[in-house]
Design a protein around this ligand. Structure first.
Ligand code: MCA
Ligand code: AMP
Length: 481
């Protein structure tokens, strides 16, 4: 069973979002009724606001054996059109009264309510097969619109169990986080994780250092966050000893989705006495590596492969490098029960991502003698990690080119202390100079409206032309001079 604690969890608190909370018994009742209404459906879209209703919707669908397509509640028009057309959900789940964008409002809608129920739910359907899709999570590639990653129940269950073993994660743990609920980190690790253990999630609604500290001072034991959150937490702990003491009381601080810089590791340790544990994953593979709770917490490393996950490094020709010398760089390939089933409607992209049963991550790394993995870079320069979100340069360039003020556009990532990387748009304006003062702001809003706010450029630089090679291809490296 994916969520056995729905049967056995009883009156323990499962979820708390601000003033709203649910015990396992209440969650089982609500989701049992919802599952009854979802029977026979194939896929449901969930309007994934950071609320308890989103968790009820997702768990209800999982109980019914229906695949969940979580949708960013700040999603732009173009991206939403693509996700709805590609995933073709039968129904959309959202809290009552929430206004949905037109493209979702045209689908049949089931309200997700928290109203107390006293009638028993219909009998639970048989537990679906492990290979049945549990989630379709959209993730960016270098070009084109995001791809739907189809994750089976088997990947979710085995990966969460491997993490539990590594982190000694039990029903006694109370997890706190403020991650968005439309990606693997916040939703699968951060919601389904504690529910599979029979523990508790306290979600902050939105991340703040004060919110994290208050929960850790009360009864939270673990924190999940992206490096941007730890960067902000480090600064706040340095400035406020009470906050630092609260963070210092945690059992485990876990960072992932991007590399946590050594300086932030150090600042947190100095202020709180804590050493952050890193883990490395991907939407397509869930978690691949992680530092154990009782392991050596070395900044710059993401620990050994998880139990059950096979990991190898390959050279440019795809030949496995049988080395663990801390020096030889190769691309990470992984194999195991953690892998996705494929990209929805994209057998071409799925085939390209696989090599004889191994998934090609595109991440470059070295392997230390004790099997710890150290990630040193990424194969594709056109993938940007900003605030822990993966963002493809190509989709932003396409959006910019739709604006009448843009003749040519190139998008790059440049180092940013807070976000890891910030998105920079290099634009050749259409029309005669001078460039209108308002154009940069308009382009930022245009991308936020069409795609998602987190994909908006943080900097817009105007140029007379883009640097190109003899073949006419834009040479992005020349842009940063
Ligand atoms: C500003 N805003 C705008 C505009 N300008 N909205 C529309 N148009 C504009 N022009 C709004 C934003 O929507 C937001 O609203 C507010 O201003 C601040 O935005 P922003 O600066 O983007 O937020 P931030 O404070 O910089 O966000 C930092 C963050 C965030 C909280 C760390 O980046 C974040 O939540 N990251 C988590 C990413 C994540 O979960 N990744 C996991 C995927 P408002 O404030 O109201 O929201 S990776 C994964 O799953 C793999 C498997 C893994 O390994 O984990
Ligand atoms: P996503 O497609 O959003 O799931 O992002 C997956 C990518 O995030 C990976 O391919 C890595 O490049 C990056 N990533 C995740 N965790 C880490 C980590 N701990 N250190 C470095 N990179 C990471």
């Amino acid at each position: 069973m994916l969520l056995p604690e729905l049967v056995t969890g009883g009156d323990r608190t499962a979820l708390r979002f601000g003033d709203a909370d649910l015990t396992y018994r209440e969650l089982a009742l609500l989701t049992g009724h919802l599952a009854g209404k979802l029977r026979g459906r194939d896929r449901v879209a969930v309007w994934a606001t950071p609320t308890i209703e989103t968790c009820v919707a997702v768990v209800g669908a999982l109980v019914a054996g229906v695949a969940v397509v979580p949708v960013n509640p700040k999603i732009g028009e173009r991206e939403l059109d693509h996700i709805v057309a590609d995933s073709a959900p039968d129904v959309v789940l959202a809290a009552p009264g929430v206004e949905l964008p037109a493209r979702l409002a045209e689908l049949p809608r089931l309200p997700v309510t928290l109203a107390p129920l006293d009638t028993p739910p219909p009998p639970a359907p048989e537990e679906p097969d492990g290979e049945a899709p549990a989630f379709v999570v959209y993730t960016s590639g270098t070009t084109g619109p995001p791809k739907g990653v189809v994750l089976p129940r088997r990947a979710v269950a085995t990966n969460l169990d491997a993490l539990a073993e590594m982190w000694q994660w039990t029903a006694a743990d109370v997890l706190v986080h403020g991650l968005p609920l439309f990606h693997v980190h916040g939703l699968i690790l951060g919601v389904i994780g504690p529910l599979r253990r029979g523990g508790t999630l306290h979600h902050l609604g939105r991340f703040s250092s004060g919110g994290v500290a208050a929960e850790l001072a009360r009864d939270a034991t673990m924190l999940f966050g992206v490096p941007t959150m730890y960067h902000r937490l480090a600064a706040d702990c340095q400035a406020d000893p009470a906050l630092a003491a609260a963070v210092g009381s945690a059992r485990l601080l876990v960072s992932g989705s991007a590399a946590l810089p050594a300086t932030d590791h150090q600042r947190i340790t100095e202020a709180t006495g804590q050493r952050v544990v890193e883990r490395y994953g991907m939407t397509e593979t869930l978690m691949n590596c992680g530092v154990r709770a009782d392991g050596d917490r070395r900044p710059g490393t993401v620990g050994p492969p998880l139990p059950g996950v096979e990991l190898r490094l390959v050279d440019d020709a795809g030949v496995a490098l049988d080395v663990a010398d801390g020096e030889t760089v190769g691309e990470i390939e992984v194999r195991g029960p953690n892998l996705f089933l494929g990209y929805l409607n994209r057998p071409d992209a799925t085939a390209q991502a696989m090599r004889a049963g191994w998934f090609r991550t595109g991440d470059m790394a070295v392997r230390e003698q004790d099997d710890y993995v150290r990630i040193v870079g990424r194969r594709a320069t056109d993938l940007i990690k900003s605030g822990g979100y993966k963002i493809g340069a190509g989709e932003i360039e396409n959006a910019l080119l739709e604006h009448p003020g843009v003749a040519e556009a190139a998008v790059t990532g440049e180092p940013d202390e807070d976000l890891g990387e910030r998105i920079v748009a290099w634009v050749v304006p259409a029309g005669d100079p001078p460039v209108p003062d308002e154009l940069a702001g308009e382009l930022v809003d245009h991308v936020a409206r069409l795609l998602s706010p987190h994909k908006r450029p943080r900097v817009v630089r105007f140029l007379e032309s883009l640097p190109r090679n003899e073949m006419g291809k834009v040479t992005k490296r020349a842009l940063h001079g």
